[in-house]
Structure formats: C-alpha cells, structure tokens
Design a protein around this ligand. Structure first.
Ligand code: 13P
Ligand code: SF4
Length: 372
C-alpha cells in the first residue's frame, strides 16, 4: 500500500556507480565489484531560432525519404526528435515497441534516437539493414555497469539458472543470456519461467529485479546494477510533494528504488505510465521517470498537470535531475550529420548478432502470445 492507502498497480505487462559491493545471499544480490561509470555532464544547448529549426527538420525529412530511412525514437529523447519521428512515419515508443517496430518496418535504414542498446537491438534484429544513431557515445549506466567478462563469471557460477537480462545491456551480454526482457514484459516472462520450475539469474537492474521478485514471489539472484537517473528519486521528497498535492497519482518507473516504488499508484514501463496519464481520472500526476516523457503525456492529455518527482534531498547528487545524460546526446543537428555523412553506424558482428537474436526473438515471440 502507498501513503494514501492505495495499492500500486502494474498496468503493462525501471552518478557514479562507484565500486558497488554487495553480499551474495543477502537479498540474493551478487557479490560483484562493478566498474566505475563516468556520467557525462548535461550538454549546454544553443536553442535554434524557430525558422532555422523548421529548415533543419525539413532537411532531415528529405534525407530520410531519399535514403529510404525511418526514425525510431524513445520517449526520453528531445521533444523535437520525437515529433519529427512521428511526422515522418517513424515512431516514438518504449524500448519493447522500438524493437518490434524496427523488426517489422521495411525501410533499408533505421535511424535510432535513444541509447546504444536500442540501436544494437535494431541491428541484431535487422542485420541486413543499416542502423544509424545520432551519437554512438549515448550509452546507459545499466549497460556500462554490466561488462561481459564479469557477467560471464557470474553466470558461470550459477550454471543451473536461466539467465534473464534487461534489454539495457550490450549485444555480448544478450548473447550470454537465455531471455531478454524490457520493463514492459518482465513480469509475465518471470512468471512463465517460474511456472516451468526454472531458477532465475537476473541482470543488470537490481531495482527492477527486486520489484519483479516482490510482485511474482519468485526468488532471483540479482546483478547489482542500477540506473543513475531513476536511482535519484527520493521517497522523502515524494511524500512531501504528495502532501501538497493529495489528489495527484504517483507514477513510477520500476528502475526506481523500492521505497519510491512503494509510494506509487502505478508502476510500469514508459508506455504504461503514459497510458495512466491518459486514462486515469486524476487531474494531477507526480512522475518518477525521465522528464522527456512529459512531451508525449502532454500531447495525449493536455488538460492534465504533470509534476516531476523530486531528486533533491539527503544524498542527492543531481547528476541527472531526471534527465538521462545519454538520451540528451541525441539532437537534431547530430541526426542531420549522420544522415549526411553516414557516420554513426552501428555494427554488430554477424555471429554475435545471431547469438544475441535468440533471446530477443524469444521475448518478441512471447509478447505475441500475450496479445492473443
Ligand atoms: P522502457 O522500456 O520503459 O522504455 O525503459 C527504457 C529505459 O531505459 C528506462 O530508463
Ligand atoms: Fe539507462 Fe537510466 Fe538512461 Fe534509461 S534512463 S537509458 S536506464 S541510464
């Protein structure tokens, strides 16, 4: 139950991560020394004049058409990129839908505005196509915090476990796993595996893993990774904000810490949170996920009032302030440049792609059975 006595619902089907040490056995968290992750600073942007921006968008649209290319963007990217993706026949979506869209679309070039694992997933599913990204340096703290050598050692120590990894991982880590999941499908996959009597090793996001454990009752061994953006949300600040807005519904992405998730009215993938704003009767919402999502929420529910969940308070670093510094690397200017130059192409070795495709395809096939 949350502070208002309401039970959280799951509508859909998530600084420096310095030397995180944890104890195996305690909460089943792996005893792994994670690599040091350098979080890039927020970029300083020079806003283009409206006429210049329109001209740039026009130029990008023409290049997309000429190159038989489609733009696939995540909800956390800049609003201009999201709008352009939809205006040019592409899509704005969560990571599961981005993978599905890329797999089904006939375009010869996929331009993925998001973070690197999203571009890699598109390439793995479409090895014959060209996949471009505005900035190949756009990674993710979960991906960086789960290097293949350490992860392989961890899996090898538990050979009787089914390895389930979040999509926010490298192609190598996916290739070492049995299942890939996104936040939109993690619960039914874990339930399905538990029904088959399988023991589960989960990586890399410990918070999502803990949330899945709590809702399914399935014990899993967890990799101790986390998202630097969602980890900054603070339960104490959230309680205070809720007191000022008692009618607001609290929406939380399950990459957030357990004490923040515990206060939520809705916990879910980015799509599930957007759906909650659109369909719930509340007028106000407190949103604990990347602020880029407000663009789609405002579009679909212009009358609703959206408040960002607090990241300030004790222990605050505000390295993200609810904006993913890697998602922010995607800009219209960089998008135009990769279309002009062909730079920013994602390459995944064909044999690696073939191995990584198996657990991704397993997820997509499973998702299809849920839709029936
Ligand atoms: P979704 O799968 O909900 O889009 O989340 C991806 C992500 O990176 C969240 O931080
Ligand atoms: Fe990764 Fe977090 Fe950014 Fe999502 S918000 S891409 S999980 S760092």
């Amino acid at each position: 139950m949350n502070s208002a006595g309401r039970r959280p619902v799951f509508l859909s089907q998530s600084r420096q991560q310095s030397m995180a040490m944890s104890t195996e056995g305690q909460e089943n968290l792996a005893n792994v020394r994670l690599p040091r992750i350098t979080v890039p600073p927020h970029p300083i942007r020079l806003e283009l004049a409206p006429r210049e921006k329109e001209a740039l968008k026009e130029r990008i649209s023409s290049m997309l058409r000429e190159q038989n290319a489609v733009l696939v963007a995540h909800y956390y990217t800049d609003a201009d990129l999201q709008d352009l993706a939809e205006a040019t026949g592409g899509c704005v979506a969560d990571s599961l839908e981005m993978a599905r869209f890329a797999a089904a679309h006939p375009a010869q070039t996929l331009v993925v505005a998001g973070v690197r694992f999203m571009g890699e997933t598109s390439k793995i599913l479409n090895n014959e196509k060209r996949v471009l990204m505005p900035d190949l340096g756009a990674t993710c703290s979960l991906d960086e915090g789960c290097p293949i050598d350490l992860f392989t050692e961890f899996c090898d120590r538990h050979p009787d476990h089914t390895v389930v990894v979040y999509a926010n991982t490298s192609a190598e880590v996916k290739a070492r796993s049995h299942w890939v999941v996104t936040s939109g499908i993690a619960l039914p996959v874990v339930r399905h595996l538990a029904e088959r009597g399988e023991k589960i090793l989960w990586g890399p996001d410990q918070h999502l893993g803990r949330y899945v454990q709590r809702l399914t009752g399935v014990e899993m061994i967890l990799w101790p990774g986390s998202c630097v953006v969602h980890e900054e949300f603070k339960a104490e600040g959230l309680v205070k904000l809720r007191a000022l807005h008692p009618e607001a519904a609290i929406l939380v992405h399950p990459e957030s810490p357990a004490e923040v998730v515990a206060l939520a009215d809705v916990v879910g993938s980015t799509t599930a949170l957007i759906e909650a704003v659109r369909t719930l009767p509340n007028r106000e919402f407190i949103v604990a996920t990347d602020a880029g999502i407000f663009n789609k929420m405002h579009q679909l529910a212009p009358d609703k009032i959206l408040l960002g969940a607090p990241t300030a308070g004790e222990g605050a670093t505000c390295e993200s302030c609810a904006r993913c510094p890697w998602m922010e690397m995607n800009t219209l200017e960089k998008l135009a440049r990769v279309l002009e130059t062909g730079e920013g192409e994602i390459h995944v070795a064909p044999d690696l792609a073939a191995r990584a495709r198996i657990p991704i395809q397993r997820m997509l096939d499973f998702a299809r059975t849920l839709r029936r």
